[in-house]
Design a protein around this ligand. Structure first.
Ligand SMILES: Nc1ncnc2c1ncn2[C@@H]1O[C@H](COP(=O)(O)OP(=O)(O)OP(=O)(O)O)[C@@H](O)[C@H]1O
Ligand SMILES: [Mg+2]
Length: 229
């Protein structure tokens, strides 16, 4: 088991979370957010692929919190999804982004909300790929991550940037890795006759000796379990 994630993300950490669709990136973000909230920190969650309401339902669906547990509702959502599909701002959103391809504006909205969080809070951008679909310019993605990571770390908070593996070439992903302190890859394993498995591996973690082998992610109310590796 990895102590790195078992004890949550260390203070002042910036992470790139990379994986194909369905490999558990959103679920892992929610797990980390809920663990932080239970320890008294806050979580700011920017969503581009789904409404905050659906994300909370998803967290409940994978067993991260129970119906009578209000932990999930303490996540502060920035809704960068509903505008694009012509919906009203979601009831759980504290702010919304009307043009997700304007990443300078997105950066500003995140910074404004992040500066009123309590220290050691977790900022999640799920996903950078969803924001930049309309403008997949490598330099803009690079600049977005670079500036935001720097500012969030300076505030004493932590940040996770989610990247859709298929949406960027490997050279781009590798170049982005130098902008953050750690990179986590997720994958989905589909073997005949076996239930689907979601696995992760931790690469290039500054200040720690990472485990680069794949480990199964078992999510749950009691915390993240990493098995094998
Ligand atoms: N560790 C896990 N163990 C078992 N099931 C999981 C795990 N993580 C995710 N799942 C299941 O896999 C599905 C997809 O997970 P999730 O939405 O977190 O993936 P994702 O990588 O964010 O996908 P996308 O790229 O489409 O946003 C979820 O509906 C959930 O039921
Ligand atoms: Mg997702």
């Amino acid at each position: 088991m990895s102590t790195l994630l078992k004890e949550g993300l260390p203070q002042g950490t910036s992470i790139l979370l990379v994986g194909p669709p369905g490999s558990g990136k959103t679920s892992l973000c929610l797990q980390l957010a809920l663990e932080g909230i239970r320890e008294g920190c806050e979580a700011l969650y920017l969503t581009t692929e789904s409404t905050p309401t659906n994300i909370l339902a998803h967290a409940q669906g994978v067993g991260l919190f129970q119906k009578d547990d209000t932990t999930g509702t303490k996540i502060k959502f920035i809704d960068a999804y509903s505008w694009a599909i012509g919906m009203r701002k979601d009831e759980y959103a504290i702010d919304r982004i009307n043009n997700p391809s304007d990443i300078n504006k997105v950066s500003l909205v995140i910074m404004n909300q992040a500066q009123i969080l309590s220290p050691r809070s977790l900022v999640i951008v799920d996903s950078v790929s969803g924001l930049t679909l309309a403008s997949q310019k490598k330099e803009r993605i690079r600049n977005f991550i670079h500036v935001l990571a720097h500012r969030i770390l300076r505030q004493g908070n932590r940040v996770v940037f989610v990247l859709e593996e298929g949406a960027h070439d490997m050279a781009t992903i590798n170049s982005l890795r130098s902008l953050v302190q750690g990179t986590i890859f997720t994958r989905i394993i589909d073997r005949d006759g076996c239930p689907l498995r979601r696995e992760l591996r931790i690469l290039s973690f500054i200040g720690a000796s990472p485990k680069t082998s794949w480990m199964e992610m078992v999510l749950g109310n009691e915390g993240l379990q990493l098995e094998g590796g």
